[in-house]
Design a protein around this ligand. Structure first.
Ligand code: IVH
Length: 667
């Protein structure tokens, strides 16, 4: 290929990849399967390697690049990034509408938008190229987080506009990404993020763009900073224009011409909010006409032409009855608040997380206190603070014990860790938690061997190690309380069936430190047998995509332990499968039922979490998107499926129930 041909080919590939990326990440409606995208990207990468003179910064191959930074540079915002005044009730909103309508004879229209709970960002394009991305900072000076923002796939690296344009919006972490990030943080023994906003902010403040790239962040653009040449006259036109330029805007905005319509919009989203795939914390109401906006102007901190209605915080007040300590699988001792049951955000809460000793002390939370609890990011209930004014003097300060509450051995606090840990390898609580983990759904998935049964078997001394599970005796089980013939037979059958599980399930079930379900799958696909994995060196392990040094270290260390070597030999002798049974790395997805299919998941499911279903479908070559469109092939509707179901029906898209999904996955 000569140079001219190479350049033409590179340009053509960039164009088509940008289009695919736009369809996938901005429109949420891909026109081709992931494999086609990957193939073209590979082609482009190869050509750019051969002809580096044609490699440009805005190439889709260049999203994650550059060495980690030492610090972020400062960025001056020529037009300050202001914040919004708040409205907490109808009266505040009526006041805002009245004030906005004063001083003009013309009718005033408003645009209502969702208030995305993330972090404000500014993106600058010069001559059509994304040149700078920044945080809001104090409104005048922000931080240059360009390399992190480049990793957000819905942010175009180039646009078809030859003027300087600064767009503003909110970077956020979708619920699904938040849940899987926290899941893997827990598996890695890292503190989970309290809510998606903190997770998004934490991710964009990473100095190494590779980390931000793994976090699956997204963005909605809702405004414009500098754009001198624009002739647009209303905010709603601006939103349309941004969309036309290829930016991801939120489509759930509405033009309202009076307070009643605004209240109706708010009411609608107050109920619909839990069905969104991302967090919102209110509604933003903006005067639509830009001339009217200008006439209204600004206060010192915020525009007079816009206001943020904040949803009432989902908090409740109750009594902290006790603090319970539990010992996890890895020995970490966590305190949990036992509460006088109270209703919050639609469910009754009797326990809440307290995190660790330092936080209990810092916040001076005592047993017997009246406490405020909150659903952080609407997910995990958490004790926010004690209501000190309500103290009677009877409250008791809490102290972490020096001994493990389960086995009595001395606890330690490892350097750099906030958690306190029991390091006795024979601690019964750890062994029991390990067994509960082993039989759990993502691991060996043994039906009928839930937490209660494991505890019962453990306490009756029928099981002590994993291998014991496979030696359970029918007669002995029948002697236990609440164990009839039918349940014993079912349990034994489920245990027997689990022997056939593919390697990754066993690997995850073993509970190797830092190896979550995803890493277990990666290792199983790569090494294929337990034997090969046992022999793998640190270097071979870190050479695998997605396996970091901490994980590799832990795997090597784990397989070198005598106890582990014995356990694995025992399990093999008990006929447990030790091989990977899924599609081989090279042929993944090619002839699966999901190959090239676009699937949307909605409603509640029993068998899988959203995340599990997504991972499984993707591992079988399908792609999972968030909203139903003409491009959707299958809608999987769990219980209480809402508007997505209606839309799929209207578009005559194939609709499956959970059972059909299960059958397709299990083949
Ligand atoms: S408009 C002049 N629209 O809420 C300020 N803000 O304090 C213009 N936010 O800092 C902001 N969703 O980070 C606007 N649809 C939306 C928004 C939104 C979220 C954030 C933004 C801003 C804060 C308001």
């Amino acid at each position: 290929m000569d140079k001219q041909q190479a350049q033409d080919q590179i340009n053509a590939l960039k164009e088509v990849l940008n289009q695919y990326g736009y369809e996938y990440y901005v429109l949420d409606s891909p026109s081709v399967p992931d494999s086609v995208y990957d193939e073209k990207l590979r082609e482009l990468r190869d050509l750019e390697a051969e002809f580096p003179e044609f490699l440009t910064d805005d190439s889709p191959t260049q999203r994650i690049g550059g060495a980690p930074l030492d610090a972020f540079k400062k960025v001056q915002h020529n037009i300050p990034m202001m914040s919004l005044g708040n409205a907490f009730n109808e009266e505040d909103l009526r006041d805002f509408v009245r004030r906005a309508s004063q001083g003009t004879d013309e009718p005033v229209s408003f645009v209502c938008e969702l208030k995305i709970d993330g972090l404000a960002v500014s993106l600058t394009y010069e001559n059509g190229k994304f040149v700078r991305g920044a945080t809001r900072g104090d409104g005048t000076t922000g931080e240059d987080i360009t390399s992190n923002l480049r990793t957000i796939r819905s942010i175009p690296l180039s646009i078809k506009l030859n003027e300087t344009l600064e767009v503003r919006g909110e970077a956020y972490m979708p619920h699904q990404s938040f849940l899987s990030l926290n899941e893997s943080r827990l598996a890695n023994e890292e503190e989970p993020f309290a809510n998606p906003r903190n997770a998004a902010a934490g991710s964009l403040r990473q100095l190494d763009p590779k980390i931000a790239a793994e976090r699956n962040l997204d963005v909605f653009l809702y405004g414009v900073g500098e754009w001198n040449t624009s002739t647009i006259t209303t905010h709603s036109e601006r939103l349309e224009k941004l969309k036309e330029l290829g930016f991801k805007t939120n489509s759930e905005w509405k033009k309202c011409s009076n307070i009643e319509e605004i209240l109706e919009f708010i009411e609608y989203w107050t109920t619909e909010r839990p069905n969104l795939s991302y967090e919102i914390d209110g509604i933003v109401i903006k005067v639509d006409n830009l001339e009217q906006q200008e006439a209204l102007g600004f206060t010192a901190k915020s525009p007079r032409w816009a206001i943020a209605y904040k949803f009432p915080a989902e908090e409740a007040i109750t009594t902290l009855v006790d603090i319970e300590l539990s010992v996890g699988r890895t020995g970490v001792i966590t305190p949990t608040a036992i509460l006088e049951p109270v209703k919050i955000a639609g469910s009754t809460v009797g326990r809440a997380s307290l995190h660790n000793e330092d936080l209990i002390r810092e916040q001076d939370i005592r047993i017997g206190d009246t406490v405020v609890i909150k659903k952080a990011g609407d997910i995990i209930p958490k004790v926010v603070r004690a209501v000190v004014e309500k103290r009677t003097g009877e409250e008791k300060e809490f102290e972490m014990p020096n001994e493990c509450p389960a086995c009595g051995s001395e606890v330690v606090r490892l350097e750099g860790e906030v958690a306190i840990r029991c390091i006795n390898p024979n601690c019964p609580a750890q062994l029991m938690e390990g067994l509960i983990h082993f039989s759990s759904r993502n691991a060996m998935n043994i039906d009928g061997l839930g937490e209660k049964v494991v505890i019962q078997l453990f306490q009756e001394k029928l099981i002590h190690t994993i291998a014991d599970l496979y030696r359970l005796d029918r007669e002995e089980l029948l002697r236990l309380e609440r164990m009839g013939e039918k349940s014993v037979d079912n349990l034994l059958r489920a245990i027997e069936t689990s022997k056939e599980n593919s390697l990754e399930k066993l690997l995850f079930g073993l509970g190797i430190r830092f190896i979550g379900a995803k890493a277990a799958k990666t290792l199983a696909t790569e090494f294929e047998t337990m034997e090969k994995l046992q022999r793998a060196t640190f270097d071979e392990l870190v050479a695998v995509d997605e396996i970091g040094e901490k994980m590799a270290d832990s795997v090597v260390q784990y397989f070198s332990e005598e106890k582990v070597i014995d356990l694995l030999a025992e399990l093999a002798a008990l006929n447990l499968n030790m091989e990977y049974k899924g599609p081989k790395k090279a042929e993944q997805g090619s002839d699966s039922i999901f190959a090239g299919k676009t699937v949307v998941l909605t409603g509640k499911m029993e068998t899988y979490t959203r995340n599990e279903a997504k991972e499984l479908i993707e591992s079988m070559g399908g792609s999972v998107t968030g909203s139903v469109s003409k491009k959707t092939d299958i809608l999987v509707a769990g219980e209480d499926a809402g508007s997505k179901y209606d839309k799929a029906k209207k578009l005559e898209i194939t609709i499956w129930d959970e059972q059909q999904l299960k059958e397709a996955i299990e083949g």
